[in-house]
Design a binder for this molecule. Structure first.
Ligand code: GRF
Length: 195
């Protein structure tokens, strides 16, 4: 079974969906490591609760970006990680790790990419942009990670309607619910195709 690492900075509800799916129907691999850049992130507790190794790498503890990235690389190597899944990870990774995992690193983004992606498009900013554009639908995208932010090949998408009385919050909640279905499905499909 491929060994998976999930990188998460926040609440980790997508991590939880992946962990639940692994336990219930399988996702074609084993989540053996969770890494966060934010000390105390709920994602770390979610990992620990089910006995998955949780590692915190706060950027402040490293001399510079390169040192932080090297530490992340070492953790991934030490755990013999085959695939990296970004799930609400708020740092942009550099070329070394991205190239090393090219084709085996995924991200989930809360819009129908290529719409409303790129630098600065995260969290409520995405949903506010969807509402400002007057889009009648939004959704979520699982994509391969490449050097350009949110630019990698699309693996899977799911759509939700946008209602006239939506706020960024109500739309985010509708999208997030679908993310929790989409991410495990997309991972399983890819990993089973590889097996
Ligand atoms: C999700 O909306 C995801 O699409 C985005 O960040 C959010 C993470 O939420 N990349 P959670 O931490 O998984 O709850």
């Amino acid at each position: 079974m491929p060994r998976l690492a999930v990188l998460a900075s926040g609440g980790g509800s997508n991590l939880q969906a992946l962990l639940d799916a692994e336990r219930n129907e399988g996702i074609g691999g084993n989540i053996v490591l969770v890494v966060s850049d934010v000390p105390g992130a709920l994602a770390l507790a979610r990992a620990e609760r089910v006995g998955v190794k949780a590692v915190t790498l706060p950027p402040k503890q490293f001399a510079d970006r390169a040192a932080w990235e090297e530490a992340l690389w070492k953790v991934l190597q030490d755990h013999a990680i085959d695939w990296v899944l970004l799930a609400g990870f708020m740092r942009i990774l550099g070329p070394t790790i991205i190239r090393a995992y090219e084709g085996r690193m995924l991200n989930i983004h809360p819009s129908l990419l290529p719409k409303h992606g790129g630098k600065g498009m995260y969290g409520h900013h995405v949903h506010e942009a969807v509402l400002a554009a007057g889009d009648s639908e939004s959704g979520a995208t699982v994509h391969q990670v490449v050097l350009g932010c949110d630019e990698g090949p699309i693996v899977a998408q799911t759509r939700v309607p946008v209602y006239p009385d939506d706020t960024a919050q109500t739309l985010a909640a509708r999208v997030l619910e679908q993310e929790h279905r989409l991410y495990p499905q997309a991972v399983r499909t890819l990993l089973e195709a590889e097996a």
